[in-house]
Write a protein that binds this ligand. Structure first.
Ligand SMILES: C[S@@+](CC[C@H](N)C(=O)[O-])C[C@H]1O[C@@H](n2cnc3c(N)ncnc32)[C@H](O)[C@@H]1O
Length: 353
């Protein structure tokens, strides 16, 4: 490995790289024998949550075959996933995976692509494609072959209306898994962000499944307040600041604001609230370049805006501080906007005994 270089997307000197790996080995050494395989692993929200629950990531599968930008976002996500959780990602499309080569794991978690099932795409008339059906069928084949004790599925709530969802749930039920599913509001589980997701939990008869305990909500401010002095001061888009003035927001208090003016408005949250849903695509432009001044905070003590760094966006997304984040804020936003919050994943996995 050349000095000062980890991968095309991660620039880290050898000393820091070794220190990071040492920390990872210590974390993995504390994990139990239980292992997890992650289908569509992205930047590793599921793996981080698994490690928090004491479960060892065995393999992940991820590549986005439709990525056409020069900056390959799914490779970037997998590089950060492996830097933080060990080399375990098979960088191939799920459809091209040779199942006979996959190691058996106690748990399989799958977050199949959700692009066609979000509420925006419903508005644009996008529906389930043949690719979605093939991905679901391939997942069923993997479950059939590896026969895990526990299967968890995560997706946007709209996925519940898809044929893929029906097929997988029917298969699990037919194979005598104890299956339940419902939509969760992650802000009730320690994530300071408005994020709703459908979670399917399925387990074998010998596994006990308990209710996932709620946590008192934390607002965005409490989760990042001590980081604010590190944030760079700067100007937001004039349309954004005008909009806040027109809305007569209380500028004697901290305000979190998305520096994007779209459909004649921008997203903002006052000091006592949670953050809006962070979307991966807000972090990158159409060429895949990072947008770094994406979320700002109005600081009433200095009467200026400051821009959130990557660590702050990680906190808003339920990631632990040990996750090594990209320096470029837009890329961090991309990883976290795609991910399942680790703090919630750890609760789901700990609900099985
Ligand atoms: C919702 S994200 C997964 C988030 C991840 N589980 C986490 O918690 O960080 C969906 C992922 O599916 C991947 N993906 C899309 N099409 C795929 C395919 N055909 N095969 C494998 N992965 C695919 C994307 O690259 C993306 O990382």
């Amino acid at each position: 490995m050349p000095k000062g270089f980890v991968s095309e997307y991660i620039n880290l000197d050898r000393k820091s790289y070794n220190a990071l790996k040492q920390k990872l080995y210590r974390k993995l050494a504390k994990c139990s024998e239980r292992s997890i395989g992650v289908v569509c692993s992205g930047g590793g929200g599921v793996e981080a949550g698994a490690i928090m629950a004491g479960i060892r990531p065995s393999w992940g599968i991820d590549v986005n075959p439709t990525n056409r930008t020069k900056f390959n976002l799914s490779q970037m996500c997998s590089d950060y996933n492996e830097l933080n959780h060990g080399n375990h990602v098979i960088r191939r499309s799920l459809l091209d995976i040779d199942i006979s080569k996959l190691e058996e794991t106690d748990i399989i978690w799958a977050s199949l692509p959700c692009d066609r099932f979000t509420s925006m795409n419903k508005v644009h008339g996008k529906t389930e494609s043949d690719l979605d059906t093939s991905l679901s069928n391939k997942l069923i084949l993997i479950i059939a072959r590896l026969n895990p004790q526990i299967v968890c599925l995560e997706n946007v709530p709209g996925w519940a209306n898809s044929e893929g969802f029906q097929r997988i749930v029917n298969y699990l039920t037919y194979k005598d898994y104890n299956v339940d599913y419902r939509n969760y509001n992650f802000s009730h589980y320690g994530v300071p962000q408005r994020r709703f997701r459908l979670i399917v939990r399925a387990c074998r008869e010998n596994i006990q499944k308990s209710r996932i305990p709620r946590l008192v909500s934390t607002g965005w401010y409490d989760s990042i307040k001590e980081l604010i002095p590190q944030f760079q001061v700067g100007e937001v888009n004039p349309k954004v600041s005008n909009y806040l003035d027109i809305q007569m927001v209380d500028k004697t208090r901290f305000i979190l604001v998305e520096n994007i003016f779209n459909l004649n408005r921008c997203l903002y949250s006052d000091e006592d609230s949670i953050c809006w849903t962070i979307r991966a695509t807000s972090g990158v432009d159409h060429k895949g370049s990072s947008r770094n001044r994406i979320i700002a905070v109005w600081n009433p003590h200095i009467s200026q805006y400051q821009f959130l760094n990557s660590r702050a966006i990680a906190r808003l997304s339920g990631f632990p501080d040990w996750y090594y984040v990209p320096e470029k804020v837009g890329y961090a936003n991309y990883i976290f906007g795609l991910s399942v919050p680790p703090v919630f994943v750890s609760k789901v996995l700990s609900s099985f005994t």
